[in-house]
Write a protein that binds this ligand. Sequence first.
Ligand SMILES: *Cc1c(COP(=O)(O)O)cnc(C)c1O
Length: 399
Amino acid sequence: MYNGSSITPFEKKIYLASPTMHEKERQYVKEAFDTNWMSTVGKNIDEAERLAAEKTGRQYAVALTTGTAGLHLAAKLAGISAGTRVFCSDLTFIATVNPISYEGGIPILIDAERTTWNMDPAALEKAFALYPDVKHVMIVNLYGTPCRYDELRAVCDRHGAVIIEDAAESFGAQYKGKAVGALGSLSVISFNGNKIITGTSGGMLLTDDAAFAEKARKWSTQSRDNAPWYQHSERGYNYRMSNMVAGVIRGQMDSLDAHIAAKKAIYDRYKEGLKDLPVTMNPFDATNSTPNFWLSCMTVDPEAMCSQTRDDCHPTYIKEHGKSCPTEILETLLSFNVEGRPLWKPMHMQPLFAENAFVAADEPVDEDLFRRGLCLPSDINMTAEQQETVIAIIRHCFD
Ligand SMILES: *Cc1c(COP(=O)(O)O)cnc(C)c1O
């Protein structure tokens, strides 16, 4: 591990991705306070929904407590129930998969492809050959990078399957002139504290189907029937967004483009600063898509990997001259008070999904990316100068 004397640890921690607030958020929250709209009803909610629908070009947006709640309602709306098999992205955060299980569905995990790190259309085709009856596909747009949607869509169309789009990390990204979040019949974005814009928490279900939107609204407020007393004929949830949270989101909407520009600058700086090292930045399809660059990631090239082992919860590595590995880089960054993270550990490698089927690409991708990959600090609050220091620290790992 590099501990050269010319660089000293940061006094204030450099984060992976922390909230970036502006004055508007404070104003809208204060307005909610001052007018006593301190519940799950109010102008902030209406406006946050309107803006989310407008920015993604969708007919309806339903404001919810979290993105996970949105994915749960989406799974239920799409008809996932006990025993339903669902094809699902394998390289993702667990919140993509859990909502399938909430309804008793059975996730079948699908490998990624190397050009976007999202679901591999060829592996999906393979999965339909193995499970021809599957009618639901849950597709993530990871780290702000759009999936190869048209190819995936074509496979799904051939098999009459509906797409649920997890756009939690990718609000603001574009695919062939369309917004990510407008690709699935049901799509979900998140306003969790580390996302491109945040409400401290929060999520939004997006759809063009009026019946879906109406159902989601009803289910998210305990499924009250229209009666003078509490009358219920369906199971419901307490998933509605708070007007306080919505105030923060409403304010942040104004800064979405600025946040994306800042994230892109971070990505470009890494790309330039690391270009002569044996590493590769997370890829995207520049012809057909514009990511929101939420997280900058890199993989260590295969020939430059030093020996690294990981059991269920602990990694080790052996330092080698001219080589490195995610474990060394992350431990070194941490010693300088910098937060990074391994790539999201693939779902088929999780003990929770040990019994679930996994359909690998012809040359498996996810395990390899997990072994060689890491998320770099991509915090908008990080200055360019601080980032240059982070880059210098990474460079020294390859000494
Ligand atoms: C953050 C995230 C979610 C869930 O969003 P929450 O608002 O935190 O519930 C879902 N999927 C992915 C890929 C995410 O990164």
